[in-house]
Design a protein around this ligand. Structure first.
Ligand code: UDX
Ligand code: UDX
Length: 458
């Protein structure tokens, strides 16, 4: 069968995999191929056991795989055949040299651009999916035009706004799709081609277009605003704990103002994930680069509140457990950075576990999907910890439970059974405000929510 379009995605990660699965499932007339430099990852995508957990992903991959969705190790052949190439490789925070700890490490994006140039025998549209600093398109374009004059490349920016755990829903029904291009004739033509792909399942008014720099910057700003809301409500939570106000009631009252809105006002242990910290640092670096130091400090404040929230959480545990955690057993409920994913990149749980280990606590970690990643993240950690999949077993014999991830499962456990198996006095620190605090207090727990009055028996 001849396909209307050949689409390639370089990078089979949390973004590339789900996004291409959705395009393939909505557009049977296109052939979609996903490649990655890690061959084992491609094997996993071709197996029954996909490399990432995302609700709804399995079903869509299994329906389209082998029909118009292919996972391949042959990057060169993929590039040769493609009309459109999505670049979805990782852009972590730089760990070395100039801008270490802040700037985005663009080596993978650059290597990918060079690969595209090397294998291309025909003109292509190259789409930046990875989140990158503003003006990266220019760098990609420079590399692409450096050699073959007979092949034309048009670079578009199409940032991904999906959130993990709800990726398939976000892809199927996004608030908007953003496509940026250069505003030349060929740029506008390429932009329209990408619009037509999304128009296979989305109304045109959801597909917005802009110049390429606005598109790149919008992704960073969207994540910065989301992170800022969480830090704002988390900054309120500390004040609530001091004043007997309840952060949930405050968030409700404030969020009902339609100018403010109710989403992303859930006080928590702090935000994690692969994007918020990286993108904020990236933004701060951009401001510093342009000498805009006050603005840089403003956005950096969002990160400082986030770090402080985790620090405050562990200090609160220490203070309320008689100023010592040494030799005490603490059970950590959840290692993923949020519910419905096994992803642990920048998870607050790791920070909290490291702080607990530094206090010489013994830590029992449980999570329904993230224990493999936890084992990898903790391999250099010093101290006494165990990974236990059954939450009842993990909590048995513990002095305290710390809830780190808002998994639904932790709402509905038999807490009487857990209480009976724990050391007394038994403590529960709810870093997500997900359990019924009154009920736990009645059972006998000393309960410490985020931003709400504590409930203690002594
Ligand atoms: C990545 C970026 O981190 C994020 O900023 C961006 O918005 C989307 O792309 P994610 O998909 O979550 O997000 O990253 P990851 O799961 O690490 O996937 C990237 C994949 O690219 C990896 O599988 C990696 O092996 C692959 N890769 C990396 C290549 O195929 N080629 C490279 O040169 C580098
Ligand atoms: C985020 C953006 O939402 C998405 O648009 C972008 O493309 C990538 O970055 P993601 O990191 O997958 O997505 O998850 P998100 O749902 O935004 O949550 C980030 C963190 O904030 C999680 O640790 C979550 O638990 C926390 N959070 C979220 C809160 O603490 N409180 C809230 O009210 C909302």
């Amino acid at each position: 069968m001849k396909f209307e379009k050949e689409i390639l995605c370089i990078g089979a990660g949390y973004v590339g995999g789900p996004t291409m699965a959705m395009i393939a499932s909505k557009c049977p007339q296109y052939r979609v191929t996903v490649v990655d430099i890690i061959p084992e990852k491609i094997d996993q995508w071709n197996s029954a056991d996909l490399p990432i957990y995302e609700p709804g992903l399995d079903k869509i991959v299994k329906q389209a795989r082998g029909k118009n969705l292919f996972f391949s190790k042959d990057i060169g052949a993929g590039i040769k055949a493609a009309d459109i190439v999505f670049v979805s490789v990782n852009t972590p925070t730089k760990t070395f040299g100039a801008g270490a700890g802040m700037a985005a490490d663009l080596q993978y994006v650059e290597k990918t651009a060079r690969q595209i140039l090397e294998y291309s025998e025909s003109s292509k549209i190259v789409v930046e999916k990875s989140t990158i600093p503003v003006r990266t398109a220019q760098a990609i374009k420079r590399i692409l035009v450096s050699d073959k004059s007979d092949v034309h490349f048009e670079v578009l920016s199409n940032p991904e706004f999906l959130a993990e755990g709800t990726a398939m829903r976000d892809l199927e029904n996004p608030d908007r799709v953003l496509i940026g291009s250069q505003e030349t004739d060929s740029g506008l033509k390429a932009r329209n081609e990408l619009v037509e792909i999304y128009a296979n399942w989305l109304p045109k008014d959801k597909i917005i277009t802009s110049n390429i720099w606005s598109s790149e910057l919008s992704k960073l700003v969207a994540n910065a605003f989301l992170a800022q809301r969480i830090s704002s409500i988390n900054a309120v939570s500390s004040l609530c704990e001091e004043t007997d106000a309840d952060v949930g009631e405050v968030a409700r009252a404030v969020g009902l103002d339609s100018r403010i809105g109710s989403k992303f006002l859930q006080a928590s242990i702090g935000f994690g994930g692969s994007c918020f910290q990286k993108d904020l640092l990236n933004l701060v670096y951009l401001y510093c680069h342009y000498g805009l130091n006050e603005e840089a400090d403003y956005w950096e404040g969002v990160l400082k509140i986030n770090e402080n929230q985790m620090d405050r959480f562990v200090k609160n545990m220490l203070r309320n457990m008689f100023n010592t955690l040494a030799g005490k057993r603490v059970c950590v409920f959840g290692f993923a950075f949020k519910a419905n994913t096994g992803d642990t990149r920048n998870t607050p749980s790791l920070t909290v576990v490291e702080k607990l280990l530094a206090e010489q606590a013994e830590v029992a970690i449980t999570d329904p999907k993230a224990l493999d990643n936890a084992a990898r993240d903790l391999k250099d950690a010093k101290g006494n910890y165990e990974l236990i999949s059954d939450p009842y077993e993990a909590a048995g014999g513990c002095h305290a439970i710390a809830i780190m991830t808002e998994w639904e499962l932790y709402r509905d456990l038999d807490y009487q059974k857990i209480f009976d198996s724990m050391q007394k006095p038994a403590f529960i620190f709810d870093g997500r405000n997900i359990v019924d605090h009154d009920k736990l207090f009645e059972i006998g727990f000393n309960v410490f929510p985020i931003g709400k009055p504590k409930k203690v028996h002594f």
